[in-house]
Design a protein around this ligand. Structure first.
Ligand code: ZN
Length: 81
């Protein structure tokens, strides 16, 4: 169940040595974008509070590079693997 996975911290932000925590939220030491967000889920009578992982600006940029690299690899080989 996804809520359980979030609540037990399976979805956790990856922290790098340069990263820092401000007000309990992890920030990227490189682009200073938050890598975590706080949330509340109402489950019946109880409220689950937790933190989720977010992709910061520079991670997003490297993810885009990675995707386009994969895409060019796929185009080059003609295979989807
Ligand atoms: Zn970053």
């Amino acid at each position: 169940m996804l809520i359980e996975r979030i609540a037990t911290g399976t979805l956790k932000a990856e922290s790098l040595p340069d990263d820092y925590v401000e007000d309990g939220i992890l920030y990227c030491g490189n682009c200073h974008t938050a890598k975590e967000y706080e949330y509340e889920i109402k489950a019946g009578a109880s409220v689950i509070k937790g933190k989720g992982a977010m992709v910061c600006d520079c991670e997003q940029a490297s993810l885009m590079n990675w995707k386009s690299r994969i895409r060019s690899l796929i185009l080059n080989t003609g295979k989807t693997r």
